[in-house]
Design a protein around this ligand. Structure first.
Ligand code: ADP
Ligand code: MG
Length: 270
């Protein structure tokens, strides 16, 4: 589609799980920070109307005059929406509550599932030389999440280590399968990330063990511990890697980043 030189295409990873509060946004922000520490140029596209990834990366709500709503519904160019974040090397296409009506507003659009995909393949965006694009999805399997899965090369699924965590996964896996059949045959699972683990809690250990038994090496070796520094960081508009670089949470997200850098297409199927 573009004349961009070979090798300039970013790796596009959607962070998705229709359950809220499982660590999607936290993972998006801190994976972006981990990848940028290793020298990669990262774009975070926020498509959750709550806009938490935008806020957590220092793009204040008042300053969000143009957002991913304009990208999806007003034919704005991605390059015109990209903003600097609170961290060098990380850029943000922000979101706000306007997106809440996107599902309804998009119904009449023929290309409604491909809008984000088209945006990240557009020549001026490719020319900007991003290494990674992370898409922070809303807690639903709505058209917004579908757009993210159609645009992505892979999907990273945070799984909160609590009872019933695995139950919700089958619906997401079915959606991924549908999207492979229709719009994006190459979509693969980047990995399932067990989040908010507590090594002193037997239930938490059990959830991790079950996930590994059921999903095998689809599950990242890295798990993310429950760590208060992780939950404090967004109120300082910083990733935990900047807020408290030596915290357990920061170290875990650094390990995850390394796993993702080294773990290229090993082709697990859903
Ligand atoms: P989602 O985007 O899936 O809705 P969030 O990333 O917003 O989930 O996380 C939900 C809540 O849990 C937030 O308040 C966040 O700060 C907190 N949280 C996420 N990961 C951790 C962690 N590893 N340790 C402590 N709190 C966490
Ligand atoms: Mg979120």
């Amino acid at each position: 589609m573009s004349d961009a030189p070979l090798g300039s295409r970013p790796r596009i990873i959607s962070i998705a799980n229709q359950k809220g509060g499982v660590g999607k946004t936290t993972t998006t922000i801190n994976l972006a920070a981990g990848l940028s520490e290793f020298g990669y140029k990262v774009l975070v596209i926020d498509i959750d109307p709550q806009g938490n990834a935008s806020t957590g990366l220092g793009v204040s709500p008042e300053s969000r005059t143009q957002t991913s709503y304009d990208l999806l519904l007003e034919q704005a160019m991605l390059m015109d929406l990209i903003r600097e974040s609170s961290v060098a090397g990380i850029f943000v296409c922000p979101a706000n509550a306007d997106l809440a009506s996107a599902d309804i507003d998009l119904v009449t659009s023929e290309k409604r599932s491909f809008l984000l995909s088209d945006a990240v393949q557009e020549a001026s965006f490719l020319a900007a030389g991003f290494d990674f694009v992370l898409i922070d999805c809303p807690p639903s399997l709505s058209l917004l999440t579908v757009n993210a899965l159609v645009a992505a090369e892979s999907v990273l699924i945070p799984l909160q280590s609590e009872f019933f965590a695995l139950e919700g996964l089958s619906q997401l896996m079915l959606t991924i399968r549908d999207i492979r059949k229709s719009a994006n045959p190459r979509l693969r699972i980047e990995g399932v990330l067990v989040t908010m683990t507590d090594s002193r809690n037997r239930l938490s250990q059990q959830v991790e063990a079950d996930a590994r038994a059921n999903l095998g090496d689809m599950v990242f070796s890295t798990t993310i511990p429950r760590n208060v520094r992780v939950s404090e960081a967004p109120s300082y508009a910083l990733p935990v890697l900047q807020y408290d670089p030596t915290s357990k949470g920061a170290e875990a997200y650094r390990r995850l980043s390394l796993e993702i850098i080294s773990r290229r297409s090993n082709g697990q199927a859903a």
